[in-house]
Design a binder for this molecule. Structure first.
Ligand SMILES: [Zn+2]
Length: 484
């Protein structure tokens, strides 16, 4: 018999359970960090009651694509995530992870962008996960090991293919990460530290994924003119390793490629007939990454997010800075390095088509660095719920929630998360479907979203009425646990 006294009772709300099933009215109860009951719980009591009349009660959102590896330790309350309703982040994307590293080693861009040496360097993946367990963040984390990080820690120079010895060393480090609980391996062959890595190198380094069905996740070599070749390379790696692949932040960029999602998405759909593939996407037409000087990246508006030599330039347009300095934009970009910038290189039609694709998960790709980040860091999830689902009508709210909960948990193997059911971990968000909206813009990028009433992480109320409660109840979700 279900006990009638709970730790927490969310009363009178409308449940969207994360499976894409139609919403239904129910109370949701929590005990010992788990959902203890869902239904009409009229006679039940609880230590804490949240009144949710007129509100949606949904699984806490899972951010499928983050760079929060160090922020989980250095900014452990993660207000930019919790304020959106996010309760779990997938870290270690785009080939970049916080471990394994050597103390004092020099890191190349973009690895250095996400580093915070003050938190200490982790020489093993296990040490990193142990640090997260010892000092929990406000959200759960499932972490991947990054191929560029492995290259940096293994190879004396990164501007070449790895030797057989270096490949063996990287493979051993992937094995260590898998044993510690990493859920997959990510690559970022778009970025200088891994540009020279061959397909064969990645397949060899990724061998430890095979036995565990761990994921291969990639920021592909090319998301512009050669996007089809990049997709085929990704599919091949997945096939040869026999593991599921995730195409990170799928996009087709630069004007001449606008509309090409009409080709990439059917191509992905076709490949899905014979292998497991999914993708993630952020709901904006601008991307954000390290400051680049190549012409392909400088074809549209460029907004500087952070610059180490010129912090005063954060939030300004590259074109204005270049004019002021009397130099060409590529020279201005060179002087602003290292740093990060926002690039307006995508077409709204492509963004909507990719978001609406059935197997697309929502991932912020937020970069938690500097005072002028891309607004996706603070706005991704409410933007999909409010702007794209409610206002644009791109898909029903049930589908929007599924793309940020149940679908993501299934793809990443996050056991008993992402859907609301008795016995599942009590990761829950309460929001107002009528008012939820992103308030972060390119001009005011760190403004918290509106309409998120309450966020509960493993049973702990972590966000309530516009404020962080200070709770840090996040757990480390490991591959071993997730595959159970
Ligand atoms: Zn990326």
């Amino acid at each position: 018999m279900t006990p009638t006294h709970h730790d927490l009772l969310i009363r009178g709300g409308t449940v969207i359970d994360g499976t894409r099933a139609p919403r239904f009215d129910a109370d949701v109860a929590v005990r010992d960090g788990r959902i203890s009951a869902i239904g009409r719980l009229g006679g039940h009591g609880a230590d804490t009651v949240i009144e949710a009349h007129g509100r949606i009660v949904a699984p806490g959102f899972i951010d499928s694509h983050t760079h929060d590896d160090q922020a989980l330790l250095s900014q452990a309350t993660l207000p930019f995530k919790v304020s959106q309703g996010v309760t779990t982040v997938v870290a270690g994307n785009c080939g970049i992870s916080a471990a394994p590293l050597r103390p004092g080693m020099e890191l190349p861009m973009p690895l250095s962008l996400l580093d915070s040496p003050d938190e200490g360097r982790f020489t093993t993946f296990r040490a990193y996960l142990d640090a997260l367990r010892a000092r929990p963040a406000s959200v759960n984390v499932a972490a991947m090991v990054g191929h560029s990080t492995l290259r940096a820690v293994t190879m004396a120079s990164l501007d070449r293919e790895a030797t057989p010895d270096e490949i063996a060393a990287m493979q051993a480090l992937v094995e260590e990460a898998m044993q510690a609980g990493a859920i997959g391996l990510s690559t970022g062959t778009f970025y200088p530290p891994a540009v020279k890595a061959t397909t064969e190198e990645i397949i060899a380094v990724g061998q430890p994924l095979r036995a565990r069905q761990a994921l291969y996740v990639t920021h592909m070599r090319d998301e512009a003119d050669r996007v089809m070749e990049a997709l085929d390379e990704t599919f091949r790696i997945g096939r040869e390793l026999g593991v599921p692949v995730v195409v990170s932040h799928h996009k087709v960029q630069n004007t001449q490629n606008f509309g090409r999602s009409q080709v990439t998405l059917p191509h992905i759909r076709e490949a899905m007939k014979t292998q497991r593939i999914c993708l993630d996407c952020y709901p904006y037409t601008a991307g954000s990454t390290m400051i680049r000087t190549d012409r392909g990246m400088l074809g549209g508006r460029v907004l500087i997010a952070a610059s180490q030599p010129h912090p005063e330039c954060a939030g300004r347009d590259l074109a204005d800075i270049a004019r002021e300095w009397g130099v060409e934009p590529d020279e201005a970009a060179r002087r602003l390095q290292p740093g990060s910038a926002i690039y307006f290189l995508m077409d709204e039609g492509d963004v909507q088509r990719i978001l609406a694709f059935d197997d697309t998960m929502i991932g912020s790709d937020g970069i938690p660095v500097g005072e002028s980040p891309h607004p996706r860091l603070w706005g991704t999830f409410p933007r999909v719920l409010g702007h794209y689902s409610r206002d644009v009508g791109l898909f029903p709210l049930e589908t929007a929630v599924w793309k940020m909960t149940g679908l993501t948990a299934r793809n990443f193997g996050l056991h008993q998360r992402g859907t609301l059911a008795p016995g599942h971990h009590a990761d829950i968000v309460v929001f107002d479907a009528a008012t939820v909206r992103d308030a972060a813009t390119y001009e005011t990028p760190t403004r918290p979203a509106e309409g998120i009433d309450a966020v509960i992480v493993n049973g702990a109320v972590t966000w309530r009425q516009g404020a962080h409660t200070g709770a840090r109840n996040g757990q480390v979700i490991t591959r071993t646990e997730s595959s159970r």
